[in-house]
Ligand binder design. Structure first.
Ligand code: BGC
Length: 708
């Protein structure tokens, strides 16, 4: 026992101190190692953590279990001084403060920073190197804003296309989300910052987000929702995990011992820190301490010194429990050198020019060409283009903790004018569809830019471009606008800027559809480059686009979504995303993995074994282009474990010149052939042979083989 209960009077460690710009000239805590045995760098981080925990008083211990700043989270986006979280240390012992910033695929939310494209755009690159580059920008800017922990990546799977935070995610497939997440985490952590993967274990809707109880069978949890977290831990060696607001199978995420302790720490070997989502995620004191929640953020509600003291007094928790939580957090802080290096300065000296260029390049890689009839795209420089829609002259982003205030912006209209010359472009904001139609009629090609409005804390109420924009009334009825423009000009191209799947009822009336997601601060320039063919559209859909709302997964029964009586039942099991469309034989408007190039590709020579599938990809067209061959396996069902027709097991991206070929290998491991067996509670190889399918989308399979 570290200390008696008599010394429990809470002494504030400095909660009133502002989270100010840090000087960065401060010496490392262990620069003065005298009397501090935990400063011995020859000891393993775990031992050092134990030594420092031993030196803490009871008061100090209880004050270290929660954050200390409420102002930062409220101000984080506009002012470089404010970040999402601050946990004060103990100066007496040289325990440093811990600074946590909202930073994910879209950038760093702490004053103006580079606004990268949405997580969905990054996932649409189908390129783990792109994830690494995006993470490099984030690490650079988060570090130069003086942070230790970045609160990303968000690897929650898109279950319903109505999800308010789909834009932050890596889409509907666990393998894609896993690979992007791991690449992102590795880059951030290589730069010396801690990544915090979120929101464990299954945070899939914003509707009733603080209280909803997600009822999910074990197989679905393991195969779909936990998979990206498992990869983050086992492959990415992620330093931190954020537990979510919701409950899973009746247990709050931050006090579910089976998952937080049993699965995360014991089965997967996670040795980092578990942090609660901001406010209201830690639902109780005792359960959270016992399950392994190390830190409550942004301030203590369940982990206040009085609450902890009372749990200690009543014997519900012990000092050993407290020590275990502190040791977990301090161990990672030692492992990341926080005692041995000076704190990073909030100097704002990141490479912003370089980062903006990277942001544009990544946005281009994620832009997904959904339809291109009669070669309407790419545009010729001299073509007279009518640009239509209010969104065309806006910087579009998702709203919430992943809204990054950009350092500068280029709207699509600005990008197109810069590329084509003002003389070739007319603009109409679309507020009067008739006037917009007139503008469109006078041009050779009409480009309608239409957006949705997604935000944290609320799902969209429908998937159309009419009511799906409730959060942004300025956009109006964009479906009607597209109809009016398409009726006026047969060469209509729709440029979507959406944070998730939307309905495209007007698709047949248009010649081109380009999904650009939320494309970040240089999105307008990226869009122009793709429209004019300066680069091939690099993206492929990381989410299926349904033809109607009722076709989407989890639709049609309020018990399945958004839930009834506080409960949402994942009755579809593993069949979400394309697994749903395939199993139910529903044709999506645009399938997962789909995305056109300006050139054509041919896949040949499939060879399939248990350890790898290889194919040759050839550019058969006249332009340089980006190919994204995808490997799906169809596993045979075991009794009681039906299998979706196909599951993504590999993908790669290759830039090919006309006539050029490349041999592509998709490595396969045992897990690729396995399903979660509920009876034995273990991964089990699916029986018999597996069908190997390689194609250019989940619905365009060019080659098949059998693996026995
Ligand atoms: C979000 C988290 C975010 C945190 C801090 C919460 O509301 O769910 O994703 O990191 O706020 O801003």
């Amino acid at each position: 026992m570290a200390t008696g209960l008599t010394s429990l009077a809470f002494s504030d460690t400095g909660a009133s101190r502002p989270a100010s710009l840090t000087a960065g000239t401060s010496a490392a805590p262990c620069a003065t190692p005298k009397g501090r045995p935990w400063c011995d760098t020859s000891l393993p981080p775990g031992t050092r953590a134990k030594l420092v925990v031993k030196a803490l008083t009871g008061d100090e211990k209880l004050a270290l279990l929660a954050g200390d700043d409420l102002v930062g989270p409220l101000r984080a986006t506009d002012d470089a001084r404010f970040r999402a979280g601050t946990v004060h240390g103990v100066a007496r012992l040289g325990i440093p403060d811990l600074y946590l910033v909202d930073a994910g695929s879209m950038g760093v939310k702490q004053g103006p920073n580079t606004a990268l494209a949405a997580g969905l755009s990054l996932a649409a690159t189908f390129d783990t190197a792109a994830a690494g580059r995006a993470a490099g920008v984030v690490a650079d800017e988060a570090a130069h804003r003086g942070n230790d922990v970045v609160l990303g990546p968000a690897v929650d799977i898109v279950r319903t296309p109505k999800g308010g935070r789909t834009f932050e995610s890596y889409g509907e497939d666990p393998l894609l989300a896993s690979r992007m997440g791991v690449a992102w985490i590795r880059t951030v952590q290589k730069a010396g910052l801690l990544a915090e993967v979120k929101h464990f274990p299954a945070n899939n809707q914003e509707e009733n987000r603080y209280a909803v109880n997600a009822v999910i069978d074990q197989r679905t949890l393991r195969e779909i929702y936990l998979a990206p977290f498992e990869a983050a831990v086992r492959q990415g060696k992620v330093a931190s995990v954020m537990c979510g607001y919701n409950l899973v199978n009746g247990r709050p995420s931050c006090s579910g011992k089976t998952l937080l302790d049993g699965v995360l720490r014991k089965q997967w070997g996670f040795d980092g820190m578990v942090v609660s989502d901001w406010g209201l995620a830690a639902k109780d004191t005792e359960g959270s301490i016992k399950a392994g929640l190390d830190l409550e953020m942004p301030v203590g509600v369940r982990y206040t010194p009085p609450a902890l003291a009372s749990a200690l007094t009543s014997g519900k928790i012990t000092w050993a429990d407290i020590d275990a939580r502190l040791q977990a957090r301090l161990r990672v802080m030692f492992a990341y050198g926080m005692f041995d290096k000076p704190k990073r300065a909030n100097d704002g000296e990141a490479g912003y020019t370089r980062n903006a260029a990277t942001a544009q390049d990544l946005a281009e890689q994620g832009i997904t060409l959904l339809k291109n009839t009669g070669g309407v795209l790419p545009l010729n420089t001299g073509t007279k283009v009518a640009v239509i829609g209010r969104a065309a002259d806006q910087f579009r982003s998702g709203i919430g903790s992943m809204y990054v205030k950009p350092t500068s912006t280029t709207t699509p209209l600005q990008g197109i004018i810069a590329r084509a010359g003002a003389g070739n472009v007319t603009y109409n904001d679309g507020s009067d569809p008739q006037a917009a139609a007139d503008t469109a009629r006078a041009a050779q090609v009409a480009v309608v830019v239409a957006a949705d409005a997604r935000a944290e804390d609320a799902d969209v109420t429908c998937l159309t471009l009419k009511c799906g924009t409730a959060k942004d009334q300025t956009l109006g009825d964009q479906d009607a606008l597209i109809d009016a423009v398409a009726a006026a000009n047969p060469n209509t191209v729709v440029v979507l800027q959406t944070g998730g799947p939307v309905l495209t009822p007007w698709a047949a009336k248009t010649k081109g559809i380009v999904e650009t997601w939320y494309a970040g601060q240089r999105g307008g320039a990226a869009i122009a480059r793709v429209l004019y063919g300066d680069t091939d559209p690099g993206g492929r859909l990381p989410v299926s686009f349904p033809a109607t709302e009722g076709d989407a997964p989890a639709s049609g029964d309020p018990a399945h979504y958004p839930g009834t009586g506080g409960k949402v039942t994942y009755a579809e099991g593993v069949n979400i995303g394309y697994r749903h469309y395939d199993t139910r034989k529903i044709t999506p408007a645009f399938p997962f993995g789909h995305g056109l190039s300006y050139t054509t590709f041919k896949l040949t020579g499939l060879k399939a074994t248990r350890t790898a599938v290889t194919v040759t990809v050839t550019n058969t067209g006249k332009r340089r282009g980006l190919a994204v061959p995808q490997l799906y396996l169809g596993l045979r069902a075991a009794p009681g474990a039906a299998q979706p027709p196909k599951q993504l097991k590999g993908f790669t991206k290759a830039g090919l010149a006309p006539g050029q070929s490349v041999k592509v290998t998709f490595p396969l491991d045992a897990r690729a052939f396995a399903y979660w067996d509920q009876r034995t509670r273990a991964w089990k190889r699916a029986p018999g042979c597996a069908k190997a399918m390689v194609g250019t989308s989940s619905r365009t399979i060019d080659l098949t083989g059998t693996i026995c």
